[in-house]
Design a protein around this ligand. Structure first.
Ligand code: NAD
Length: 424
């Protein structure tokens, strides 16, 4: 029994955006909310003990009006089971459509995965490879450099991306096809800057938000929730812009560092002790205290559902940059808006990853590779424009940034749809 339906949530967001845009046509609303295709496949795998095990995999192709479908492949087993996972990948594919449209990259939205947890189920490397290649065989017909370009997601890595590329290339008449997938290792046609992409993108958004608020980033105080890939690089790049990290957390707890700390020192400390807790000159605080610390920029960069109505009422920041996916509950949005805190919503703030994925695909298609600075500069252009466009729309309609980014994205897809019309 599915308790929460993520796809119903995604559909509601599309309808809200249609309200902002004045789109009343029910058929068009349904078209925008519904995936074009959802493929469910059975994958038989010969396990190491000689027995056959059946797995279920999905690929949801939400919308390709602006370009080929794009989105990750996850190996996961959500609590709601296989049926829930299907609804989840449908929702995630919808969010990918909007994410690509916000930063104006010519790609659509897709998502997929296999119902399996390779960590807890302890699949061997050989079993995982047979599963990955079997899945690629089953979705071969619907993916391709000009059709649908998957990427890594929960519990998939560059290794799986390489196996998908190799399987696809061999099935495709041995045509070397690196552009069928992104998130590949550098030696397999991956792109420079992919590892820092999300944090770097968040920092570009914060820079634009600070300009909009006339907030000087020199000496601006930053609070980071989480200290993993997304938040450490956000911290490092904001530091390069002159800001100072004054509080940080990880799974072991939260700390306040009144005088601030260099991100590199925090990384060094965590590498030695496995946590930021206990960092010299810091004081342990609760999660609630961390989120409500007086600062200029709050970066929820770890988990979903962190900022509820109670926390929202006590927030003391000027900008919230949502590096994590879904850190703010819907009940908190109106409170935050009333407090005039500028939110950079997740689908815009953490879009650096998909921007670099797009640039990886472009490089693969050209067979020519850019330097780190070239890739970063191109991403900067897309993200900066995405922020400016969304901010202008928020001001024009007097709505919060979350609704503005969705409306901007949906409007761009509608524009493409109207150009093409319906055929056949
Ligand atoms: P990560 O695994 O590298 O880091 C997660 C961090 O969160 C770790 O430091 C962990 O200690 C911390 N954490 C765990 N439980 C916590 C708790 N209760 N309180 C505070 N901190 C806690 O993961 P990541 O890749 O940085 O992803 C973080 C978020 O960013 C996720 O929501 C993810 O979907 C989102 N995101 C990441 C990327 C990316 O490219 N890495 C892209 C888009 C979105």
């Amino acid at each position: 029994m599915v308790k929460l339906d993520p796809f119903a949530n995604a559909t509601k967001q599309v309808n809200d955006a249609c309200d902002v845009l004045g789109i009343k046509d029910k058929g068009l609303r349904e078209y925008l909310a519904t995936p074009n295709k959802v493929l469910r496949v059975k994958i038989p795998v010969k396990m190491d003990n000689g027995q056959i095990r059946m797995f279920t995999g999905f690929r949801s192709q939400h919308n390709n009006d602006r370009g080929p479908y794009k989105g990750g492949i996850r190996y996961f087993n959500p609590e709601g089971g296989v049926e829930y996972m299907e609804r989840e990948v449908m929702a995630l594919s919808s969010w990918m459509t909007w994410k690509c449209a916000i930063v104006d990259i010519p790609l659509g939205g897709g998502k997929g995965g296999i119902y399996v947890n390779p960590k807890t189920e302890k699949l061997s490397d050989a079993e995982l490879e047979r599963l990955t290649r079997g899945f690629t065989y089953k979705i071969f017909e619907i993916i391709g450099p000009g059709k649908d370009i998957p990427a890594p997601d929960v519990y998939t890595t560059g290794r799986e991306m390489t196996q998908i590329m190799d399987t696809f290339s061999k099935l495709n008449g041995n045509i070397y096809s690196p552009a069928v997938i992104t998130g590949k290792p550098l030696s397999m046609g991956g792109s420079l800057a992919r590892d820092v992409a999300t944090g770097l993108g968040v920092s570009y958004c914060v820079r634009e938000a600070a300009k909009a608020l006339k907030l000087n980033l020199k000496g601006a105080k930053v609070v980071l929730q989480g200290f993993g890939n997304a938040s450490t690089f956000t911290g490092e790049y904001l530091e390069k812009m002159g800001a100072k990290v004054i509080a940080v957390s990880d799974s072991k707890g939260s700390i306040l560092i009144p005088n601030g700390a260099k991100v590199s020192k925090l990384i060094e400390f965590k590498a030695k002790t496995k946590s930021v807790v206990g960092f010299p000159g810091s004081k342990k605080i609760s999660t609630e205290e961390l989120l409500t610390t007086k600062c200029d920029i709050l970066v929820p960069g770890a988990l979903e559902n962190q900022i509820d109505a109670k926390i929202a009422k006590n927030l003391k920041c000027k900008i919230i940059a949502e590096a994590a996916n879904g850190p703010t509950l819907p009940e908190a949005d109106p409170i935050i808006y009333q407090k005039k805190i500028l939110v950079i919503p997740d689908i815009l703030a953490n879009s650096g990853g998909v921007c670099i994925s797009y640039l990886e695909w472009v490089q693969n298609n050209m067979g020519y590779y850019w330097t780190f600075d070239e890739v970063a500069k191109k991403m900067e252009g897309n993200i900066t424009k995405g922020f400016k466009d969304a901010y202008a729309l928020a001001n024009k309609h007097k709505i919060d940034m979350r609704r503005a980014t969705m409306a901007l994205a949906v409007g761009r897809v509608v524009e493409a749809f109207n150009q093409k019309g319906i055929w056949p």
